[in-house]
Ligand binder design. Structure first.
Ligand SMILES: O=P(O)(O)OC[C@H]1O[C@](O)(COP(=O)(O)O)[C@@H](O)[C@@H]1O
Ligand SMILES: [Mn+2]
Length: 659
């Protein structure tokens, strides 16, 4: 602490803040306590920055997601290589790595065949302590202690910090006691989880947790319990947020996509949403209908797809009707080109889009009144009301969505990086595209901020019975042309089901994707708009699957922008050719990791088959980055400043010390 600095506070300056300083003195009651805190904080500022991991487009793929968290996108294995080099066999390294990823399951397997468990425990515990030490080395003892599982905190602390020959006996003693009192298994599980936790200091999820994959609810459970996480909403997350807020068109979309990918288990079993009313309507209205375009994309062997396709069609028709209603009541969304049900000739089974007339692939619309095509019939109304009610009352779903709302946002700037899922809408000329909302034109950051507020506001009405017009904006965020989460000119869902002509399926992309992907100057413009920039700033996006197979790269604009949607979503891997990316930002710089292939959790455990991850891009910093240079560092420095003021106030008798 620098006394000269302290003296520079004038009496008036301190007097102005006296109320705040008195409050602060409740926590730091005297000079001794406040100075200790200043010394601690100063020490933290000089430590290497914590490691951030960025993931996106998880799309319900829990197994892959939890694997890349467990292996810290290859960092666990790297630590093992670093600390053991050639001192242990490759085979043993693999077992050790798998144990760290899946401690409970791997312990069971190993112990089943192990002839000398005691010896195995001794060797394994020693190895784990070495890895844990390496993982903890860059953090303060206090931070490391906080990451420890409470039951074993004391012992882990002792083991991490004891070394040198004279301490060997002590170390040996602790390990043999753990084994003797039968706590070795529990201890191994605890220390493995501790290692996992230390290697990722902060997780950023750049959107699209939901849809397509089988277990978004398990992904959410994991995120909910994660020690440090933020989410940038994806369009699919907004879809689920809107559905949970009671927007009926989004409810229909959510159910439609779940049926398209045959994920009814998530709806029924995980979230307790009653699908019976929809099934009844489907059988009633589409009984003799082959519903060809609605055969689910993922068909499980032995499971009946007949009912699923009928339900899929029933909810799709409900969706198109409800979306038509939103478009009609919000002319300023400028989406009248998406009004298609009124362009159908129901007798001929054709549709006129623009000047062209197309044959429909499915001509059977028993629930549509051609004179009033956007009106739900009575049964459809009852179904959507019941679904809305189920969703409202699903406590697990509501808990997950509440977390998305509280830990998520339209974008985030963190340590000079700007993260958002889709894009910042631009005009063809490269200006920020503006959208008029209730008489005010918004663009760039202001547009994102406004949408962020609107989404939160709409969410407030989730338990209300009445329709709330503001929730239409959540639907707009899902599929509107000026939505930063969507970034396409239209969502051609209707055409993709009903028209064979591929050209009608095309969804134009916002100019962002050509201008910014290729032009560093546009990246700089956007970064400046969000108040950051400079050599360490990057934009990190998800949303657009990188078609590695076709030679595309996730590294855009000369390394200023990363698109990290690498197809964690299994159905999209045929497009990308890889199974996801992790961007890692540690104290040495940025590393982009490409995940090539992940079999399954089962083979990972049984055969020690790790995900194959390649480090495909490295941007090294000239100097190791310290906490002082991070956003957390800035807030710590502000705390130090406040504590310094408090110290002066104590010394000058302006605030009473307590002992
Ligand atoms: O391949 P699917 O699951 O039918 O979805 C296609 C639809 O998903 C979208 O790509 C939006 O989802 P993404 O955000 O994952 O890209 C739409 O633009 C498109 O119409
Ligand atoms: Mn998306």
């Amino acid at each position: 602490m620098n006394n000269n600095d302290n003296l520079s506070y004038s009496r008036e300056e301190l007097q102005e803040e006296i109320k705040y300083l008195r409050l602060l003195s409740d926590r730091f009651q005297n000079i001794q306590v406040a100075s200790t805190e200043v010394i601690n904080l100063e020490a933290i500022l000089n430590l290497p920055k914590g490691t951030e991991h960025f993931l996106s487009d998880i799309h319900g793929e829990y197994e892959t997601f939890s694997h890349v968290l467990a292996n810290a996108s290859g960092v666990v294995r790297k630590k093992i290589d670093d600390v053991f080099g050639k001192n242990i066999r490759e085979k043993d390294k693999k077992i050790l790595a798998t144990l760290i990823y899946y401690p409970e399951e791997k312990l069971d397997l190993v112990l089943k065949d192990e002839e000398n468990p005691e010896e195995w425990f001794t060797v394994t515990l020693r190895r784990l302590v070495v890895v844990a030490r390496a993982a903890a080395s860059k953090y303060t003892r206090s931070k490391v202690r906080k990451a420890m599982p409470p039951d074993f905190a004391y012992i882990i602390d002792e083991l991490l910090n004891e070394s040198g020959e004279d301490k060997e006996k002590y170390f040996e003693g602790i390990i043999s006691t753990i084994i003797r009192i039968d706590r070795a298994e529990a201890f191994i599980i605890a220390i493995c989880q501790f290692i996992q936790r230390l290697l990722i200091d902060r997780l950023h999820v750049i959107g699209d947790i939901f849809d397509r994959g089988p277990s978004p609810e398990r992904v959410m459970d994991r995120i909910l319990n994660y020690h440090s996480v933020d989410i940038q909403w994806g369009n699919h997350d907004m879809l689920w947020m809107g559905a949970a807020s009671g927007n009926r068109a989004l409810i229909a979309n959510m159910i439609r996509i779940s049926l398209r990918y045959n994920n009814i288990d998530t709806l029924e079993d995980a979230y307790g949403i009653n699908m019976m009313p929809l099934a009844t309507l489907a059988l009633h209205s589409y009984d003799d209908d082959p519903c060809e375009p609605f055969i689910p994309l993922v068909v499980e062997k032995g499971k009946d797809k007949d009912l699923v396709k009928k339900m899929h069609k029933a909810i799709s028709v409900i969706q198109f009707k409800l979306e038509g209603q939103i478009i009609e009541r919000n002319p300023h969304f400028d989406m009248r080109d998406r009004l298609l049900l009124d362009k159908i000739d129901y007798e001929k089974g054709t549709i006129k889009v623009g000047n062209k007339t197309y044959q429909l692939l499915d001509k059977n619309f028993p629930t549509i009144d051609p004179k009033n095509p956007y009106q739900l019939n009575e049964e459809e109304t009852a179904v959507i009301d019941k679904l809305a009610n189920s969703i409202k009352n699903s406590s697990r779903l509501q808990k997950h969505i509440a977390f998305l709302v509280s830990h998520g946002s339209m974008y985030l700037t963190f340590n000079e990086n700007l993260m958002y899922h889709g894009c910042i809408p631009l005009t063809k000329k490269g200006d920020f595209a503006s959208l008029e909302i209730e008489g005010t034109a918004y663009s760039g950051k202001a547009l994102c901020d406004h949408f962020d507020r609107m989404a939160r506001k709409a969410y407030q009405f989730r338990f209300q019975r009445k329709y709330e017009p503001i929730s239409d904006y959540m639907w707009y965020l899902w599929c509107g042309a000026s939505s930063p989460l969507f970034g396409k000119t239209k969502m051609a869902t209707f055409e993709r089901y009903f028209l064979a002509e591929k050209e009608t399926h095309a969804e134009g992309k916002n100019p962002y994707y050509t201008l910014v992907y290729d032009g560093e100057e546009y990246c700089d413009k956007i970064l400046n708009e969000f108040g950051i920039g400079g050599p360490h700033s990057h934009i990190i996006n998800g949303h657009v699957p990188v078609q590695v197979k076709k030679g595309e790269t996730p590294i855009k604009a000369g390394g200023k922008l990363f698109v990290i949607d690498g197809g964690m979503s299994k159905p999209y891997q045929k497009v990308t050719g890889v199974s996801g990316y992790t961007l890692i930002y540690n104290s040495y710089g940025l590393v982009l990791v490409e995940h090539e292939h992940f079999d399954s959790r089962q083979t990972a455990i049984l055969e020690e088959k790790d995900i194959i991850s390649k480090r495909i891009y490295i941007e090294a910093s000239a100097q190791r980055m310290r906490v002082r240079e991070t956003d957390i560092g800035k807030s710590l420095m502000a705390q130090i400043e406040d504590l310094n003021k408090l110290l002066v106030a104590y010394k000058r008798g302006l605030v009473k010390e307590r002992f």
